[in-house]
Design a protein around this ligand. Structure first.
Ligand code: PMV
Length: 339
């Protein structure tokens, strides 16, 4: 296949990782668990041809935006060109590629655009460079995706609920699917507080996690939390799941805030939504917050509580927009090309 398009879901971590055991291999400090998102995704089209004398990569956050061409010399996009080179080398094919990639949501806003983006990029590269066996082997695919420089991206090869295992070597750290997208009607309402680019990338932030006095305590607490959350998911206990999700988000942000230099991703609107969902639980409306490396708040709930939550969140003056997600599907091939 010389032209291929794929769609990959983003994901939201219920148990997050912060810090890396190995920066080059992007080995996460701890195992993490996430839900894939059906309405936050990336579509990527790749064409391989002799007519291209250089690799061309163009991306945009939204359909309405103009494509932005990435340049090889830009250090922040180096991972993308490295991944093209890595997979081309693997295949032995010399031809260059033309790549277009589009998100369904704003980039760099606490919705993991790198997760769906790197998963879609790696998958489409493997297919266009005739490495179908690696695309079909999701464990190997997740390891390759991780090498793009994002641990959370390794979880974006599967739909449903996914675990990314920590490990000391490249072979030990890979994603597994715990449950498929049909398992539980969980919902993630992404409340967009601020859609501008974040000032400090998670890649930069990970490097300083060791400087927080709370990092070791977090790692100790995580051993139990990982077991407990698996139990809550197994029993489909929303309240228990929610308590653990919130505890983990707060623990991770405590590390972020107390590392040097300090990282405070929250905005007034972040706290407003956190408090709002806590208050709504007093009215028996169940929603639980979690926040990644950005200001936006993900409210985790289920179908039963969704309709009750939405009118309240809509009225929150800080919430500019909302994206309602159910568990997404595995990365898949589509006939819808971007060019
Ligand atoms: O995927 P990375 O390396 O950019 O790091 C992800 C960090 C968090 O989103 C904050 C946590 C997580 O597990 O998704």
């Amino acid at each position: 296949m010389k032209k291929i398009s794929v769609i990959a879901p983003s994901n939201i971590a219920f148990i997050k990782f912060w810090g890396r055991r190995d920066d080059k291999l992007c080995l996460p400090m701890n195992s993490s668990i996430s839900m894939s998102l059906n309405n936050c995704f990336t579509i990527t089209t790749i064409e391989r041809s002799k007519k291209y004398t250089e690799d061309i990569v163009e991306i945009r956050s939204y359909k309405e935006e103009k494509y932005k061409k990435l340049v090889v010399s830009d250090i922040k996009d180096q991972n993308i060109f490295d991944q093209i080179e890595r997979i081309r080398k693997l295949s032995g094919i010399k031809e260059k590629v033309y790549i277009r990639s589009q998100n369904s949501f704003p980039a760099n806003s606490g919705i993991a655009s790198s997760a769906s983006g790197f998963s879609a990029l790696t998958s489409a590269l493997l297919l266009v460079y005739k490495q179908e066996h690696l695309f079909n082997n999701k464990k190997e695919l997740s390891k390759l995706v991780r090498l793009c420089g994002s641990g959370s991206a390794a979880r974006s090869v599967y739909g449903g609920i996914v675990e990314l295992k920590t490990g000391r070597t490249h072979d030990e750290s890979y994603a597994v699917q715990l449950y498929n997208s049909e398992y539980w009607d969980l919902v993630d309402i992404v409340c967009i507080i601020d859609s501008s680019s974040k000032k400090v990338s998670s890649s930069k932030g990970h490097l300083k996690s060791h400087s927080s006095e709370f990092e070791k305590a977090r790692q100790v607490g995580l051993r139990n939390r990982l077991k407990q959350i698996k139990q809550a998911i197994k029993n489909k206990e929303l309240e228990r799941l929610g308590e653990l999700i919130e505890a983990d988000a707060l623990s991770m942000h405590a590390v972020m805030m107390t590392q040097t230099p300090s990282l405070l991703y929250w905005e007034p609107g972040t706290i407003s939504v956190m408090k709002q969902v806590i208050d709504l639980r007093g009215k028996d409306i169940l929603g639980y917050f979690t926040i990644d490396a950005g200001a936006n708040v993900h409210v985790i709930t289920d179908s039963k509580n969704l309709e009750k939550l939405l009118p309240y969140l809509k009225k929150n003056e800080y919430v500019k927009d909302m994206i309602v997600n159910r568990p997404g599907k595995d990365v898949y091939i589509t006939s819808e090309h971007l060019f």
